[in-house]
Design a protein around this ligand. Structure first.
Ligand SMILES: [Zn+2]
Length: 233
């Protein structure tokens, strides 16, 4: 009798249509059934049993043909100048680097930097850029590169503040209490303590707080924690 053991790989391929060059390419995703979470930091950085099976390594899609990089929160339209700039600065120098297979952290960092560049040129919404800065900071956190982690947390903070001011997160999966919570948490991590306290208190007393009970509870915990720390000092 022959016994067959089928091993399901932790990653799979999806086909993506490039909105810039109009060609299709494959990109890797992680099967949710294989993701094993150990802990989650207060800014939602998730730690995994096996850090090579980390969906954040594959958050950015990069076209093999033209080098255009994006996240799922990017729009598929380009203003004319953006097409010219991305073609000139990326596509004409693209040497066919292929990010479709299993990615190392170093390769994932390259994909984030490409997507951030494309997103800035395309004038993507600030909450979409903030999502890239956050995830990139988390990769640096895992590599214990505190300087680069703080550099990108600081950029995420600026982007969330701009998103909050311009309300560009409307019609996205982000809510106002969540954006404010992220601003408070980033202030805390960057040691802007009075700003952290002020922002967490805005979450706790937000008119939509009933819509986000988990976020309000997290903000209350962080708010109390920071105030206690401040009293001790
Ligand atoms: Zn392309």
């Amino acid at each position: 009798m022959i016994h067959l053991t089928l091993t399901i790989e932790p990653t799979y391929q999806v086909n993506i249509h490039c909105p810039l060059c109009e060609l299709s390419f494959s990109s890797t995703k992680v099967r949710s059934s294989h993701i094993r979470v150990t802990t989650r930091d207060a800014d939602f950085c998730t730690h995994f049993v096996d850090e090579t099976i980390n969906p954040h390594l594959y958050y950015v899609s990069v076209c093999h043909y033209c080098g255009y990089a994006s996240s799922r929160h990017f729009s598929t339209t380009f203003h004319e100048k953006a097409v010219q700039i991305i073609y000139q600065s990326i596509s004409t120098q693209w040497k066919g680097k292929n990010y479709s297979g299993v990615r190392t952290t170093t390769e994932a960092i390259e994909t984030y930097k490409l997507a951030i560049y494309c997103g800035i040129i395309k004038k993507e919404k600030q909450y979409a850029l903030a999502g890239l800065y956050m995830r990139l900071a988390w990769l640096y956190r895992k590599g214990q590169d505190e300087q680069n982690e703080h550099r990108f947390l600081s950029l995420a903070l600026q982007a969330y503040q701009s998103s909050y001011t311009n309300c560009d997160f409307e019609h996205s999966t982000m809510s106002e209490p969540l954006i404010l919570y992220m601003i408070g948490e980033l202030h805390l991590r960057l040691e802007n303590i009075p700003d952290a306290i002020r922002t967490f208190s805005k979450v706790v007393s937000h008119p939509s707080k009933k819509m986000e009970p988990m976020i309000v509870e997290k903000a209350r915990d962080q708010w109390q924690f920071v105030r206690q720390q401040q009293k001790k000092q």
